[in-house]
Design a protein. Sequence first.
Length: 351
Amino acid sequence: MEKIGWRTIAFYSSLCFFLSAAEYAVPKPVPFFRIGFANLPVMLSLSRMKKKETLILILMKIFFQAVVTGTLFSHVLVFSFAGSAASGLCMMASYFLLKGRISWIGVSMCGGLANNAAQLFCARLILFGEHTRLVAPALLCISFCSSLALGLFAQLFCSRSEWYRSLSLNTCPALPACKPERKKKSRMCKTGLAALSVLFLLLLLSHKPALIYAILLVLAAFVFKERGKLHPVPLLFLTAFVTFFSLLSPYGRILFSLGKFHVTLGALEAGLVKSGKLCAFVLFSRLLVSADMQLPGKAGAFFSLVTGYFSCLTQQRISMRCGMIVSSIDRCLCAVWQGCSVADSSQSENP
């Protein structure tokens, strides 16, 4: 039986997790719409991973999107599963059946079309019935534009990326075999791990800003106790950024107005919920990769790798200067792939 490259899957899964979090921060113009950031790792995996590894990655993408959006225990998971599964399988089919005759733009367009078709079918079957046709044109039009943009980006990135060129199906560079840098031994006990598990479950289920930020403060205390330091500025910036963009889609009671710009209660609460959850996921990841924090079993080792990479990705800085975005992203990926200490040297390729 072929050996599955779990560490490679973990790296791509962390990219899906990271991009799902970034996408979650962007307001949705129509229901069920996703820009599709998290499709990029799936697309890039088609030429660099085995087919069964890509299938596992698709499942990981569905799971992490549900975790980020808090829909893991709701009917919305059905829409996410249908759309992501259809998109992933359609991208795989188009890439392998038309290999050499289809560009990344074509692959992206096929995936976007399949995603929308599956979600509209579910919406018609479960929620809106015949009224689904009212939202379909807007959804398909916006999705066409976003799929085109993602395909163009993938085409540009693959042609310029040193990180992507360094990967191949059979000769992926080995991950660094080193232990995380530690100044002191972890003081996290089983009681602490149980508390974190409860907090994580509450975070997934809660949509109340007060409870989410209370959880965030507790996590910040855990991080400070575990690591001896806490950098609040990036978290404050993330909170302000996400909340501001949420206010651009006003709904609910108007709290106050600045000229023609209305600050509404619904948009403010939605922004605080999104930003609070994203900050909490960052702190969870930092806790999971802190000293001697290993979840039990093979699944625990795998998710520790994913959260380790996710934590490293959140600490990278990307230049948004025109003409430097692709090279900046490439440098970040190279740095995390080659130099991020996320795994113990005693771990094998299979966690």
